[in-house]
Design a protein around this ligand. Structure first.
Ligand code: UD1
Ligand code: CA
Length: 450
């Protein structure tokens, strides 16, 4: 059956103490909202409806940036989770499948868990995702009768006895669209919070003779983020998992605790990652590469056999072919570096194309910015760039050309030529010794003066 997602993201998130809406705070370089959307996206939903309210324009834009087919619906007033889900009714009016409700502030629900809920749906009308909480705190409690869920009671409204129940509501709920909206029509705000609770649909479903079951998942999947502390511990949880996954997939991490991954990092087997490396968003590394210590990679691709760092910075658009060497204090931005190229020390290569087997000497800079526009540098195959060359873009260097150290290249260099652009050296015979003696005698006479 077709699946639609409703993601609740209208709340302010007061406890974050932030101008940024809660669901746009990030874990591993992805917003909480995008994490929630990613959990659901493996089900290939036919429709995704995001309920936005607080800072709706920004939240809506983030949802559309992730999936431009998303339907963003505004909940003007946040009158409760049940009221929030009802806002999706029109967007799903002609949708005749299962609906899964996710929360925008709950980033770690696994897609396998949602699959298990869909399987459970074949034998029941409503499926709720529950978990055994070590410390159930303020979560809603699941009131069971055997394997059937009778109702959910919110913490605020629960009796002391109900509060001892450890089986809690994650917030994720699944039902056919028409069933869900029919149930929500019957929900009132007659409770201590004066809110329309999504959770009240369960008691109503039981009263109507519908069958409601619970699928259980691990507590780590259901963590919701409400404060900066919770955001930080969720980030730590994510990193622990990402490191484990990388190692399970054949990546060597010399000091796993010091390597930071993004939600979309991919690293191939037999790649070695030394201590203190950051993979910001948009990085893919193929097999058998080495990422040496203190390197920072973002929005780049590293092909097999390449060695990066130590202390290298790969910025967005760095596209590295096989067996490239990028050494210490080298920055690459928006540049294609072909196979077997060496850029080993202290260089900036931006808006460039570097042909295979080219060697770029220490201290080389592509002067790509004139204060107004960016310009590109094209370097051919097998080129030798002498140390401290300034390549003033736009400029092209032909295959197997050379530049002398210290050259400021302002004109194209034809294939096979050598560019020399620096002041000619002159040696003044004995001058160094003479001038040193003069300096010393001057210094002596000033010290003797009273
Ligand atoms: C909810 C559940 C509770 C469950 C817990 C799990 C209800 C009534 N309670 O409580 O049983 O244990 O989640 O974390 O559902 N939102 C809107 N519009 C609204 C209200 C909320 O979009 O009018 C969004 C929030 O932005 C948030 C999500 O819904 O992303 C959950 O709302 P929240 O107020 O945090 O619910 P809880 O009190 O945590
Ligand atoms: Ca919450």
């Amino acid at each position: 059956m077709a699946v639609a997602l409703i993601i609740l993201a209208a709340g302010k998130g007061t406890r974050m103490m932030s101008d940024l809406p809660k669901v746009l705070h990030e874990i591993a370089g992805g917003s909480l909202l995008v994490h929630a959307m990613m959990s659901g996206s493996n089900l290939e939903p036919e429709r995704t409806v995001v309920i936005a309210g607080h800072e709706a324009t920004t939240v809506g834009a983030a949802a559309l940036a992730y999936d431009n087919g998303t339907i963003v619906v505004i909940q003007e007033k946040q009158l409760g989770t049940g009221h929030a889900v009802l806002q999706a009714r029109e967007a799903l009016a002609d949708f005749d499948g299962d609906v899964i409700v996710l929360y925008g502030d709950t980033p770690f629900i696994k897609s396998g868990t949602l699959d298990a809920m869909l399987s459970a749906r074949t034998e029941s009308d409503v499926v709720v995702l529950g978990f055994e909480a070590v410390d159930p705190g303020r979560y809603g409690r699941l009131i069971m009768e055997g394997e059937t869920l009778q109702r959910i009671v919110e913490f605020k409204d629960a009796t002391d006895k109900e509060r001892t129940i450890q089986l809690c509501n994650s917030g994720v709920i699944l039902a056919k669209a028409d069933v869900l909206f029919d149930l929500l029509d019957a929900v009132s705000d007659d409770n201590l919070a004066c809110e329309y609770y999504l959770t009240d649909t369960i008691g109503i479903a039981s009263a109507r003779g519908l069958i409601t079951t619970v699928v259980r998942c691990d507590e780590t999947e259901t963590v919701g983020i409400n404060s900066r502390m919770e955001l930080a511990s969720a980030e730590a949880m994510f990193q622990v998992n990402a490191r484990k996954n990388a190692m399970a997939n054949g990546v060597s991490l010399h000091a796993p605790d010091t390597v930071y991954f993004s939600h979309d990092t991919y690293i191939g087997p037999d790649t070695v990652v030394e201590p203190n490396v950051v993979f910001a968003v948009g990085v893919t590394v193929e097999n058998n590469a080495t990422i040496r210590s203190f390197s920072h990679l973002e929005g780049c691709h590293v092909s097999r056999g390449s060695v990066i760092g130590p202390y290298a910075r790969l910025r967005p658009g760095a596209e590295l072919a096989e067996n490239v060497k990028i050494g210490n204090f080298v920055e690459i931005k928006n540049a294609v570096i072909e196979a077997d190229v060496k850029i080993n020390h202290l260089s900036y290569i931006g808006d460039a194309h570097v042909g295979e087997r080219t060697n770029i000497g220490a201290g080389t800079i592509t002067c790509n910015y004139d204060g107004v526009s960016k310009h590109s540098t094209t370097i051919g195959k097998g080129v030798f760039i002498g140390s401290n060359t300034m390549l003033v873009a736009p400029v092209k260097l032909g295959d197997e050309s050379m530049t002398a150290s210290g050259t400021v290249v302002t004109k194209n260099v034809p294939e096979g030529d050598m560019a020399v652009g620096r002041a000619r050296q002159e040696n003044k015979s004995g001058f160094a010794r003479r001038i040193m003696q003069r300096f010393k005698s001057c210094a002596d006479s000033t010290q003797k003066e009273p």
